[in-house]
Design a protein around this ligand. Structure first.
Ligand SMILES: NC(=O)C1=CN([C@@H]2O[C@H](COP(=O)(O)OP(=O)(O)OC[C@H]3O[C@@H](n4cnc5c(N)ncnc54)[C@H](O)[C@@H]3O)[C@@H](O)[C@H]2O)C=CC1
Ligand SMILES: O=C(O)/C=C/C=C(\O)C(=O)O
Length: 516
């Protein structure tokens, strides 16, 4: 594809300001849209053998099951070309004054803001989420850039005197070229959560979105070009995990990997990089997060909040957020009331096709359906869900799962143990605080936990015993971008956010200067 053809395609994509216009564009094109890698500051023609690929992957619209575009499955030699572009850009970018880097990132955030609705439309089409949810996520992508563009302006390093003998200080420098790999549940939100700090701290990168949801990453290339990000500083390549992702993380030219995705993939990345001890690894992996509902949180004055927070934590984005609370534990004295009120609330507020979207892929939909079949076989009680959804002709091939509420699921059932990552929640009673903590911690994962109680002492007593990197009390997914974000146990290693992202993307040396 010549660059003028790619420009035309991009301008068609940018011109869609409603979901219907975007769908018409997909339907009207005789050949499916084909995404192109963005390397060295430009989109790469598919027939460029050095930087692209002969293999292609088709991506489908979750709400209809129709093909929407193809993407190159970038082969190792082309991955290497993108890494070399990032490496060539590193010396200059890493020395660029932080005020200048900040201004460029600020421009990226402004351009995202100006194109907010277009990004939301394509994210909703590509991922299956509702348009409202997509808008929330684009707003966070905007914040990712604005936050780190200002964070770097205020960094300071303190010097210390040691016993009057030596003056010491920490000197940080950008760690090098990063592989930034993101999943399909919140594509733009999570990819920019990596790109923004990486560039802010002076590193360069090769970013690879999920092969399931590559569309908004494709549009991002154009934003970086328009914002004046120098060529090679950020390269975006497409492809699957086995071919493209593995070649990217394993390359000896890559100094660090920031990855969000499934735990098994995190383990594979650790193996692929095990012999490269100095490679920075930040892995944000799966979760099977508990929501603990204490009886005091069901008193009339706060009952509505308790139900609302538990429901949001379970079903936001179809349950496709690694932080979702998919195991709800309820104190026995309020168990029946909770199940009744929670079910009524979810039935009213989480309505398939209105406030609940389609799940991301056919493969993922089949996986969730297998868990629902298992629940039926194991004679779980379905308070909601379990039946095939009512769909019109256009939606019949889409990946739709009704919000599902299960009780009577055994502790050792795979439904209670595995990360289902869909709109499926279990509710289980507990007798006392100690049992609640023990049930919450009885998981290989340790990403997040939600604690619903009005007892201030319990908030700390229980909260501090939960094996989770993030504990939310009477709220969920409240985020301040400087706080450490990441998981314990098999939910990952490393923390990102503010100065924790600085630890990921910089190397530190301590200088000792004689004081005399
Ligand atoms: N944030 C989270 O916690 C997420 C958890 N998951 C969980 O993982 C399960 C599997 O989902 P998948 O689509 O397979 O997610 P995944 O972990 O395979 O995909 C995430 C990203 O990793 C890449 N990738 C895969 N294998 C790789 C490798 N060997 N080296 C480098 N990159 C690689 C993929 O291409 C994608 O960009 C889900 O059902 C869900 O339970 C999935 C996505 C996000
Ligand atoms: O950074 C956040 O606010 C949320 C992150 C969510 C994930 O990493 C996920 O769902 O994979």
């Amino acid at each position: 594809m010549s660059s003028s053809t790619s420009d035309r395609r991009l301008s068609e994509l940018w011109s869609c300001v409603t979901l219907d216009e975007a769908r018409s564009l997909i339907d009207s094109t005789s050949s499916p849209l084909s995404l192109q890698n963005f390397v060295g500051g430009q989109y790469i023609a598919p027939h460029d053998s050095l930087t692209s690929s002969s293999q292609h992957i088709t991506s489908f619209e979750p709400k209809t099951g129709r093909p929407i575009y193809t993407l190159p499955c970038t082969e190792p030699h082309a991955v290497e070309a993108a890494i070399k572009a990032a490496k060539a850009a590193f010396p200059s970018w890493s020395k660029t004054a932080r005020a200048e880097r900040s201004a460029i990132l600020r421009k990226v955030s402004e351009l995202l803001q100006q194109n907010r609705e277009v990004f939301a439309i394509w994210e909703s089409i590509d991922q299956g989420k509702t348009l409202d949810r997509a808008r929330v996520e684009v707003d966070r992508a905007i914040s990712n850039f604005s936050y780190f563009s200002t964070f770097i302006l205020h960094e300071q390093t303190a010097a210390r005197m040691v016993d009057g003998v030596a003056l010491t200080y920490e000197h940080r420098s950008p760690a090098g070229v990063f592989a930034l790999i993101s999943p399909w549940n919140m594509p733009l939100y999570l990819l920019t959560w990596k790109i923004a700090p990486c560039l802010a701290f002076g590193c360069t990168a090769v970013a690879k979105p999920s092969e399931v949801t590559s569309m908004t990453a494709f549009l991002l290339g154009d934003i970086f070009q328009k914002a004046g990000v120098p060529p090679g500083v950020i390269n975006i390549i497409f492809g699957d995990g086995a071919t493209t992702g593995a070649a990217l993380v394993a390359s000896p030219l890559i100094n660090g990997v920031s990855f969000t995705g499934g735990t098994q993939t995190g383990i594979a990345i650790r193996r692929l990089t095990a012999h490269q001890i100095g490679k920075h690894l930040s892995l944000e992996l799966g979760g099977k997060n508990p929501t603990l509902v204490f009886a005091d949180s069901m008193v009339p004055s706060v009952r509505e909040r308790t139900i609302r927070v538990a429901a949001m934590a379970a079903f936001e984005n179809q349950g496709e957020i690694c932080l979702c609370g998919s195991r709800i534990y309820v104190e026995k004295s309020v168990y029946n009331d909770f199940v009744r009120d929670f079910t009524a609330y979810v039935r009213e507020k989480y309505v398939l096709k209105q406030t609940v979207g389609a799940v991301a892929s056919l493969q993922h939909c089949d996986k969730i359906r297998r868990y629902l079949e298992l629940a039926a076989e194991q004679k779980a009680t379905f308070h909601l869900g379990g039946a095939p959804p009512t769909l019109n002709e256009d939606e019949a091939q889409g990946y739709w799962i009704e919000p599902t509420i299960l009780t009577d699921v055994a502790k050792n059932s795979a439904i209670q143990i595995d990360e289902i990552f869909g709109p499926v929640v279990t509710i289980t009673p507990f007798d006392n605080e100690q049992e609640a903590i023990q049930l919450a911690n009885d998981s290989e994962y340790g990403l997040a936990a939600i604690l619903l109680t009005t007892d201030g002492a319990r908030m700390r007593r229980v909260g501090e015993q939960l094996e989770a990197g993030l504990v939310w009390v009477n709220c969920w997914l409240v985020r301040e971008l400087g706080t450490p974000f990441g998981g314990m146990k098999n939910s990952g290693t490393g923390r990102e956010g503010g100065e924790h992202s600085r630890d990921v993307f910089t190397v530190v040396r301590t200088l000792h200067l004689p004081a005399y």
